[in-house]
Design a protein around this ligand. Structure first.
Ligand code: TYD
Length: 138
C-alpha cells in the first residue's frame, strides 16, 4: 500500500561558491522517474493553497526553488507535513497521495517535476473518492 512514508526528501548536489551557489538535477541520477513535464507555481497570495488533490498515476518531485511553503500529505490514514525551504531539496511524492501546498512565503516558487504530461483524467479532486479508492487498494 502506498503511504505518506513513501514520500521522501531528495538532496540535490550543491556547488557552493562565494559568487553564489549552484544546484543541478540529472534525471537519471536524482529523479526516480522519467521527467515528462515541469510546471511552477508563483505569485501565490498570502493564505492561499494550491494543488489539493491526488493523482492516479502521476508522480512528482516538488522543489521550493525560492522562498518556502509546506506540503501537506495524506494517504487516507496517516498525514505528514513537509516544510520546503531549500533550493537543493526535492520532495518525491508518489502516485495516489492526497496533497496540497500551503503557507507560501512571499516570492515562493514551487517548481514541480512530473512523470506525465498534463492529463485531466489523472486528477482525483474529491477526497471521499480518494479515500474509497485507497480502501479498495488502488
Ligand atoms: P491545477 O493542477 O488544477 O491546480 P490546483 O490544484 O492548484 O488548483 O491546475 C490549475 C489549472 O492549470 C487547471 O485548469 C489545469 C491547468 N494546468 C495545465 O494546463 N497544465 C499543467 O501542467 C498544470 C499543472 C495545470
Amino acid at each position: 500500500m502506498i503511504s505518506v512514508y513513501d514520500a521522501s526528501l531528495i538532496q540535490f548536489p550543491q556547488i557552493l561558491d562565494i559568487r553564489g551557489n549552484l544546484t543541478f538535477i540529472e534525471q537519471e541520477r536524482h529523479i526516480p522517474f522519467k521527467i515528462a513535464r515541469v510546471y511552477w507555481i508563483y505569485d501565490v497570495p498570502g493564505g492561499e493553497q494550491r494543488g489539493e488533490h491526488a493523482f492516479r498515476d502521476q508522480e512528482e518531485v516538488i522543489i521550493a526553488l525560492s522562498g518556502s511553503f509546506d506540503v501537506f500529505l495524506d494517504d487516507g490514514n496517516a498525514q505528514k507535513i513537509v516544510h520546503l525551504n531549500r533550493a537543493y531539496h526535492g520532495l518525491y511524492v508518489p502516485r495516489m497521495i492526497w496533497r496540497r501546498m500551503q503557507n507560501f512565503s512571499t516570492n515562493a516558487v514551487a517548481y514541480v517535476l512530473a512523470n506525465y504530461p498534463f492529463t485531466t483524467g489523472d486528477y482525483i479532486r474529491d477526497y471521499r473518492e480518494y479515500k474509497a479508492l485507497m480502501q479498495e487498494g488502488k
